[in-house]
Design a protein around this ligand. Structure first.
Ligand SMILES: NC(=O)c1ccc[n+]([C@@H]2O[C@H](COP(=O)([O-])OP(=O)(O)OC[C@H]3O[C@@H](n4cnc5c(N)ncnc54)[C@H](O)[C@@H]3O)[C@@H](O)[C@H]2O)c1
Ligand SMILES: O=C(O)[C@H]1O[C@H](OP(=O)(O)OP(=O)(O)OC[C@H]2O[C@@H](n3ccc(=O)[nH]c3=O)[C@H](O)[C@@H]2O)[C@H](O)[C@@H](O)[C@@H]1O
Length: 346
């Protein structure tokens, strides 16, 4: 059609505008759910992205500052028309149009979250405020990955969601556990004050392929040590317990929580409980019977026991874990062997 110029004369455009790129069609015409995953380049986040990307109706946007995560965890999706990766720190505001936010960004291994405690608490508090601000602005549902560390060194065992916890507010772990407690408070205040749709998962120790080899957490430490033929370092007294959930079960629980009708908080974890000495014995038996077990000093405020009460997850989400520790460890061993270049015969 002819256009009017500013002096009133008619002009005919020389050529029609270019067609949009075919990528634009594949990107915006197929998807009907745009999902943001903060911390999506990390261990749990990258497995969550894999699962979300299996659904052709989903478009996934990851934001990560790569503090503990890596692009390598997402390499199979880079360049995919339904996937975008943004280097961004959640302590800075973000504006993207999304329908759901899985908010995972936060260092999780104690050695990393204690490395820069002020940054850890900023990530938990300012990062969560920013993501809630985004959820409010664009009307998205937001899920926070909280932690069993909100129960501190628990005096009730196993821990139900109704337990308020036993947390040291001024200790070296407080940046993480008090940080997550404030993040939970912010979630509920935005829910009550602004009607934001929230979901809170309290995750218990999760393990699986893709954990950083030198992550510092107990399962990755023991597997890497067993494969390198080094002593398994059990921190004293060794009778402290944890309950280990395989990552595929965790991802299934997180998606059910997001898709369901309950705000939570809901414990997501595997109730199978082990002492750290039992875990070391199991890794030794399954991976390298020749390695020694060595007792080493512990760090302050290490919780003495931890086991989730998952009644709520069973009743409200129809969820319970499927993978036993003895079945999950060999899957992680396989991944660690590949990355460390240690074959089965060695
Ligand atoms: N793995 C567990 O056992 C466990 C248990 C309880 C809770 N959680 C929670 O689950 C989430 C994921 O844990 P994970 O084990 O995958 O840890 P991870 O360290 O592998 O992943 C965390 C990701 O967040 C990113 N990140 C950190 N700070 C950021 C920031 N300021 N801005 C943007 N990105 C940032 C990291 O680079 C990383 O990719 C965390 O919120 C953690 O607190 C994990
Ligand atoms: O599940 C949770 O809620 C929390 O669990 C872990 O925290 P923690 O249980 O302290 O994790 P680890 O560092 O793996 O320690 C587990 C136990 O193993 C022991 N440990 C650790 C490392 C090691 O080499 N040897 C060893 O005996 C520790 O003393 C501790 O008792 C995670 O790192 C947190 O991100 C998460 O929020």
């Amino acid at each position: 059609m002819a256009a009017n110029s500013s002096n009133g004369e008619q002009q005919t455009p020389s050529k029609p505008p270019p067609l949009p790129s075919p990528l634009r069609f594949s990107k915006f015409f197929q998807s009907n759910m745009r999902i943001l995953v903060t911390g999506g380049a990390g261990f749990i986040g990258s497995h969550l992205v894999d699962k979300l990307m299996e659904n052709e109706k989903n478009e996934v946007i990851v934001v990560d500052n790569y503090f503990t995560g890596s692009k390598d965890n997402l390499r199979k999706w880079i360049g995919h028309p339904r996937f975008e990766l943004i280097r961004h720190d959640v302590t800075e505001p973000l504006l993207v149009e999304v329908d759901q936010i899985y908010h995972l960004a936060c260092p999780a291994s104690p050695i990393f979250y204690k490395h820069n405690p002020v940054k850890t608490i900023k990530t938990n508090v300012i990062g969560t405020l920013n993501m809630l601000g985004l959820a409010k602005r664009v009307g998205a549902r937001i899920l926070l990955t909280s932690t069993s560390e909100v129960y501190g060194d628990p005096l009730i065992h196993p821990q139900p969601e109704t337990y308020w916890g036993n947390v040291n507010p001024i200790g070296v772990r407080s940046c993480y556990d008090e940080g997550k407690r404030v993040a939970e408070t912010l979630m509920f205040d935005y829910h009550r004050q602004h009607g934001i749709e929230i979901r809170i998962a309290r995750i218990f120790n999760t393990y699986g392929p893709r954990m950083n080899i030198d992550d510092g957490r107990v399962v990755s430490n023991f597997i890497a040590q067993a494969l390198r033929g080094e002593p398994l370092t059990v921190q004293k007294p060794g009778t402290q317990t944890r309950s280990f959930c395989f990552v595929s079960d965790m991802v299934d629980g997180l998606i059910r929580l997001m898709e369901g009708e309950n705000t939570g908080p809901i414990n997501i974890g595997n109730p199978g409980e082990f002492t750290m000495l039992e875990l070391a014995e199991t890794v030794k038996e399954l991976i390298n019977p020749k390695v020694e077990i060595k007792m080493v000093e512990n760090t302050p405020d290490d919780p003495r026991q931890r086991k989730p009460d998952i009644t709520k997850a069973k009743e409200l989400l129809g969820w319970e874990p499927k993978v036993k520790l003895r079945d999950g460890l060999p899957l992680m061993e396989e991944d660690f062997r590949l990355r460390l270049g240690v074959s089965k015969e060695n």
